[in-house]
Structure formats: C-alpha cells, structure tokens
Write a protein that binds this ligand. Structure first.
Ligand code: 13P
Ligand code: SF4
Length: 361
C-alpha cells in the first residue's frame, strides 16, 4: 500500500478541511431508527436483496441505506462499488458497480465532487489518479490486496534493469508506486490485448503469476512474470471443481483468470468479473453455473438471472469485506478516509493507467 495515502483531517472552525484545502461542513449523525419513512423509501431496494438478507435483518440495514443515499446527495458524492461488494452495498447504495476496468473507466466520467470507493485501496488510488481534482474516499484504508502487497516500485525498477527493453505491463491490482514504474496497466479483461499492443515477442506481465500464465495460453507473446497471487483465487483447486462436474456434468464452470491454470483448464469460461457475469447471464433458465470467485458475486447477480442456479464454491476476500454500510456512512459524514497520492508519482502512474484506458477506446 502506498505510504503517500493518508487521511488528513485538521479541523478549522468546526469544518472538516481536506488536503486540497477544501472545507466541508460537519454533518450531524442521522438517526438510525427504522421508521415508517425509512421502510417506505427502502422497500424497492429490499426487493433486490431479499434472497440474501432475511426480512428480520432488513431493519438493521435499511436506516444506513436511507441515510447514505440522502448524504450522497447532500455531499454531491458518487459511490463506486466493485462486483465483490456485499449485496446491500452493490444493490442499495452504489451508483456504479463493475469490474476493475469498468470502475477505472467510470471514474473518468464521474461528475460528483466526491468519489467513495467501495472496493480495495488500489481501486481508490486508481480513481484518484484519474481524477486528481476530486476527493476520493475509502471507507476503510486497511482494505488492501495480496497482489498489490506482493510487489514494490523498487522491485519493478530492478526488473527493468534485469530485462532491458522489455515492456512492463502491470495489473491494476498494484500501488501507484508500482504503476508509476510501469509502461502500461491492464486488468483481467484486457490483459491479452494490452500485451499484444506492443507488437514485440516478449513482455513482463506483473505481479499476478496465474493471470500471466492464463494470458500466456492465449497469445504467442512470451510472458515473463512475478510470483504474486490473489489469496482468494489461489485457493481453488481443479479437484474440487471436478467433484461438482462428477455429480452433474452439465454444470458450467466459470473461473477468474487469477485462478491457477489447473483450475482455468477445467473451466468452460475464464474471464474478468464482468466477463463472468455476462457469461452467466447468457445462460438459459435451468442452467447450473459454478462461479469460481469471491462469494458476493453470485449473490449480486442472482436477481438478474432468476432462472439460473448458482453453485458457490466461493472464497471470501477479507479486504473487500472491510467495507460495510456503517463505514460508508462514517466516510460521508466525516469525509474519511481521504486517498492522497504524491503528485509526482501520481503523474507517472496516471500515464500508465491512461494508456490502458485509451487503448480500450
Ligand atoms: P476484476 O473485477 O477486474 O475481474 O478483478 C477482480 C479482482 O480481484 C479485483 O480485486
Ligand atoms: Fe486482491 Fe484477490 Fe481480494 Fe481482489 S479478491 S482484492 S485480487 S485479494
């Protein structure tokens, strides 16, 4: 995680003052009572999550949903949520939900003054890189990522020295420091196109070893990599997935490319979280789909695919799960935690992200 990211909350005359000098009024903590008004306003949202949140629990979530949606308007804030966020965040408070590439692209279009990133730290940092003049908040600064933690900017400098002339493609699941040392970024949905965009025979694709191996299967470009792994996807095994297929050979296995190659080898489809969603939604009613990824994804898309039975041999991402409704509310109330990136580093990292975004267009 980049050390330049920090929360700066000096108080002046009762206002909250952020690192850019902007002042924000302190807003009184709203009542979190489950009133008739809260029940009425949130009822349509409950319909979207009723299969995942028992009715008896809704009075706990609803006051937060109600308060957050009001506060968003008051602060002129937009909530960007990754597909791995819990259903009450994904369906009830997010303005934009998507995979890493979608969130990076949407971050460039957000009109609100404030972005609240419901995802992990590198995603918030990417939003900040693309929107230097906007305030980017993350509800819990500790929401990290095992991939981002696997490599530093210094490691990338050493890799460049050891591999002169070889382009360095960096997965977006990295710190700004690492992006700043890279030629271009990629996500799981555009990695093959980015690797091939150089027109050379050898590329470094870091830091996810499994993503690199999965990309290598789809291109003639020689891929050099790093030994970083996603702690969620590295735990799946081909053996456990084949056990499901043994029970019902018609089950469709859909895997994320952060999974080991032995897992993607037995999958019917491999793609980014958006790619997995599109594939799952394209299935006929009655289909059984095994989603090999983080647990919340199947819950989030169940509503859109009522006829599909999702089987979930899923693993939780503890970092994604640090983001909760109470923390989002605190984030908007207290304007925390602000994501700040050193401007010189940000300028270099931005180039790598923008090259990726522009290549997509
Ligand atoms: P995508 O949503 O880009 O597929 O990334 C998955 C992921 O692990 C993000 O943390
Ligand atoms: Fe990082 Fe994996 Fe969690 Fe995504 S799911 S944030 S890659 S640890």
């Amino acid at each position: 995680m980049t050390l330049a990211s920090q929360t700066i909350l000096p108080e002046q005359g009762g206002d909250i003052v952020l690192s850019n000098g902007n002042r924000y009024e302190r807003i009184e903590r709203p009542s979190l009572e489950y009133t008739d008004e809260v029940a009425r306003v949130t009822a349509p949202l409950y319909e979207k999550v009723r299969h995942h949140i028992p009715e008896i629990e809704w009075p706990v979530h609803a006051p937060y949903v109600y308060a957050i949606n009001r506060l968003k308007k008051q602060r002129n804030a937009a909530i960007l949520a990754h597909n791995y966020q819990t259903p009450e965040i994904y369906h009830c408070v997010a303005d934009i939900a998507g995979d890493s590439l979608q969130l990076a692209m949407e971050a460039t279009k957000v009109e609100a003054d404030i972005i609240v990133q419901c995802g992990v730290h590198f995603m918030a940092e990417t939003s900040k890189l693309l929107n230097p003049s906007k305030v980017v908040l993350i509800p819990d600064m500790r929401a990290g990522c095992s991939l981002a933690d696997s490599i530093t900017g210094e490691d990338v400098r050493l890799l460049r020295e050891a591999n002169p002339g070889v382009p360095i493609v960096t997965y977006v699941n990295t710190s700004a420091d690492v992006k700043a040392e890279s030629d271009i970024c990629c996500t799981s949905s555009n990695a093959v196109a980015i690797v091939e965009s150089f027109g050379v025979d050898k590329v470094l694709l870091i830091p996810d070893e499994y993503l690199a191996q999965n990309v290598a299967k789809q291109t003639d470009v020689k891929i050099l990599t790093w030994k970083g792994h996603c702690e969620v996807h590295e735990r799946f095994t081909a053996e456990e997935l084949l056990a499901y297929k043994d029970i019902d050979p018609a089950i469709q296995i859909i895997a994320h490319p952060e999974c080991p190659t032995e897992v993607t080898a037995v999958a019917d489809f491999t793609g980014s979280t958006k790619g997995m969603i599109d594939f799952a939604l394209g299935q006929k009613p009655g289909a059984k789909v095994l989603l090999v990824t983080e647990c919340s994804m199947a819950s989030n898309i169940q509503e859109q695919a009522p006829g599909v039975e999702f089987i979930k041999p899923c693993n939780l991402c503890p970092h994604m799960k640090r983001i909760t409704l109470p923390k989002i509310l605190d984030s908007l109330l207290d304007m925390k935690e602000e994501v700040v990136v050193d401007p010189l580093m940000a300028a270099r990292a931005r180039k790598a992200v923008e090259r990726m975004v522009n290549l997509k267009n």
